[in-house]
Ligand binder design. Structure first.
Ligand code: NAD
Length: 279
């Protein structure tokens, strides 16, 4: 199996560019699924307090026998815990469930703009990093005005912004801002969450056929070649393996451009919630 490449974050730490995301993995299945992911070679796990499955992730890590520095673990601060010193209590709870003394990456899950407390949440994450509870810090679902506001308030640029991103919904305003400001993009819903016929789309199907790969592998390869970090979700071992088996081929510039052209105008390809609506 080819080694997963890493991406360097703006704080100097490396993150494996491909990982395993456990959104909607049922808590009772999480230990088994994460153990299988670690067995087949994943070393980066993306979870969140709201997923309710951090305990299963922690149990799988503990059972794996892998060294702490071989793993990259991300979790996220939920929306109702931005205020006061709640972020510190929230990360303490997450760390206990994960059986860790620090996470590799801690994210503000949504900006919840109607609550107008995302700047405070970001200030708190800076403190948590200084306290050694999170090695790197970042945000999720932040639009450009949110990003500009937190950077202006703190002078601290997030290491990543984790956003919905797949061929029909490419969020170029945010990816351009991120590239100009040294923020890495993590694509959530990289396979469109199975909510549209991504795998049957001509540019994807043609690229897959040309390389003897599956459409899912062609799409993941597109994310990787765009420089995005991805962590597709599956609970099936053969798909976990398939999604990791994407380092032995390369899409041509023409194939990448054809998938680039699948972006829907005006953000019409979005399949999940808009950050302004989540509060
Ligand atoms: P995804 O695009 O990874 O889609 C997952 C679906 O694709 C699964 O239902 C699975 O059945 C299917 N699938 C996976 N591999 C496949 C394959 N090889 N062939 C065919 N079908 C396949 O969507 P996601 O799970 O929403 O996103 C991935 C991760 O992103 C999540 O697990 C989570 O860690 C993260 N996420 C973050 C946020 C956020 O707000 N920050 C929101 C959603 C997801």
């Amino acid at each position: 199996m080819a080694q997963t490449p890493t991406v360097k974050l703006n704080d100097g730490y490396d993150i494996p560019q491909l990982g395993y995301g456990v959104f909607k993995v049922p808590p009772a299945e999480t230990e088994r699924a994460v153990s299988e992911a670690l067995e087949v070679g994943y070393r980066h796990i993306d979870t969140a307090a709201i997923y309710g499955n951090e305990e299963g992730v922690g149990a799988a890590i503990a059972a794996s026998g892998l060294g702490r520095d071989e793993l990259f673990i991300t979790t996220k601060l939920w929306n109702d815990r931005h205020d006061g010193d709640e972020p510190r209590a929230a990360i303490a709870e997450s760390l206990e469930k994960l059986r860790l003394d620090r996470v590799d990456l801690y994210l503000v899950h949504w900006p919840t703009p109607a609550r107008d407390n995302y700047v405070h949440a970001w200030e708190k994450l800076v403190e948590l990093r200084e306290a050694g509870l999170a090695r790197s810090i970042g945000v999720s679902n932040h639009l450009v005005p949110h990003l500009e506001k937190i950077v202006a308030a703190t002078g601290v640029v997030p290491a990543v912004n984790q956003i919905e991103l797949h061929p029909a919904y490419q969020q170029r305003e945010i990816t351009d801002w991120a590239a100009a400001n040294g923020v890495k993009i993590e694509s959530w819903g990289p396979l469109g969450q199975g909510k549209y016929d991504l795998f049957g789309a001509e540019p994807v199907a043609a690229a897959a056929a040309a390389h003897g790969k599956t459409p899912a592998q062609a799409v993941l390869r597109w994310h990787l070649q765009k420089g995005f970090i991805v962590f597709p979700k599956s609970v099936r071992r053969e798909r976990l393996q398939e999604n990791l088996d994407v380092f032995d081929f390369e899409l041509t510039d023409t194939e990448v451009a054809a998938i680039d052209a699948m972006d829907q105008p005006g953000g019409a390809g979005r399949v999940s919630s808009h950050p302004d609506e989540v509060n």
